[in-house]
Write a new protein. Structure first.
Length: 259
C-alpha cells in the first residue's frame, strides 16, 4: 500500500505541474456549457448574423433538459474522450521510451502498484473533469430549459464515470502493451472511432460498453431499459479484465525500457 501511495502521489504531482488539473476541467466545462447556450440562443445568433433570404423561417424544436444533457454527453464523447484517452495512452510507455522508468524499475517496486497508481491518477482527473462538465451543463440547462431530479442526475453521472473507467483502462492497457504511437492509434480506433461506429450502426446490438453513455442519459427520462444493467455489468467485468492484462504487460515489457 505504501508503494502505491508513493507512486500515486508522484503521478498527482506530475499532473499538477503540467496543469492537467486546470485545463482538462476547463475543457469539459466549456464542452458542457456550449450546447445549452448555443441551442437556446441559436435563433438570435442567426438573426444577428443576417444574410438570410427574405421570408426565410426556421423552426427550432422544444428541447427537454434530457435532450440538452444528451447533447453535452455527445460533446464529452467526441472531443473530451479523445483528449482524455490520448493522455492515458502515453502514461506508461512514454516513461519506458524516454528512460525515466529506469529510475523506478531499479527499485523493488510492485508493477501492480505502478499500473494502478497511473489508473487512479488519470481517473481522478477524468472524474473531476466530468463532474465539473456535467455540473456546468446542468447549471445552464436548469436556467434555460428546466431541471431534472437530482438523484437521477447523480445516477447518470455515476454511470458515465463507469464508461470513463472502461475507456481509460483500455488506453492504459495499450500503453503497457505497445509504444506510444501504436498505443494511441489503437486507443483512438477502439474508443472514439468505436463511439462513432456505435452511433451509426449501434441499433443492431443492445448490450455493449459503447452504449453505456447513451443508456446513462436515458435514466433521466425514467424509462425502463432492460439492457442497461447488463451493459453496466459487462462494462465493469471488461474493465477488470483489462486491468489484469495491463498489469501483466507492465511487468512483461519492463525490460524494454531505454537506458
Amino acid at each position: 500500500m505504501r508503494k502505491f501511495t508513493t507512486l500515486f502521489q508522484k503521478e498527482l504531482r506530475e499532473s499538477w505541474r503540467s496543469f492537467k488539473f486546470l485545463w482538462m476541467p476547463l475543457l469539459f466545462i466549456f464542452l458542457g456549457i456550449s450546447d445549452p447556450i448555443m441551442n437556446y440562443y441559436m435563433e438570435d445568433i442567426l438573426n444577428a448574423v443576417g444574410n438570410l433570404p427574405e421570408g426565410f423561417t426556421m423552426t427550432f424544436p422544444d428541447y427537454t433538459p434530457a435532450d440538452i444533457l444528451l447533447a453535452s454527453t455527445g460533446q464529452f464523447q467526441s472531443i473530451g474522450l479523445i483528449v482524455l484517452v490520448i493522455l492515458a495512452a502515453g502514461m506508461i510507455n512514454r516513461e519506458r521510451q524516454n528512460g525515466t522508468a529506469l529510475f523506478l524499475y531499479v527499485r523493488p517496486i510492485s508493477f501492480t502498484a505502478l499500473f494502478f497508481s497511473k489508473w487512479a491518477a488519470i481517473n481522478l482527473l477524468a472524474v473531476f473533469s466530468v463532474i465539473l462538465g456535467y455540473g456546468a451543463s446542468m447549471y445552464y440547462t436548469a436556467i434555460l430549459y428546466g431541471t431534472v431530479k437530482p438523484l437521477l442526475f447523480i445516477q447518470m453521472v455515476a454511470s458515465y464515470c463507469v464508461w470513463i473507467f472502461f475507456a481509460t483502462t483500455i488506453a492504459l492497457m495499450f500503453s503497457a502493451m505497445f509504444k506510444t504511437a501504436l498505443s494511441i492509434t489503437f486507443t483512438v480506433i477502439l474508443l472514439p472511432i468505436g463511439v462513432l461506429i456505435q452511433s451509426l450502426i449501434g441499433q443492431f446490438w443492445n448490450v455493449s460498453p459503447w452504449k453505456l453513455a447513451d443508456y446513462s442519459v436515458q435514466l433521466l427520462t425514467q424509462s425502463e431499459n432492460e439492457y442497461y444493467v447488463k451493459t453496466l455489468v459487462l462494462t465493469i467485468v471488461l474493465t477488470v479484465i483489462f486491468m489484469i492484462i495491463g498489469v501483466l504487460f507492465t511487468r512483461k515489457n519492463a525490460s524494454t525500457v531505454k537506458i
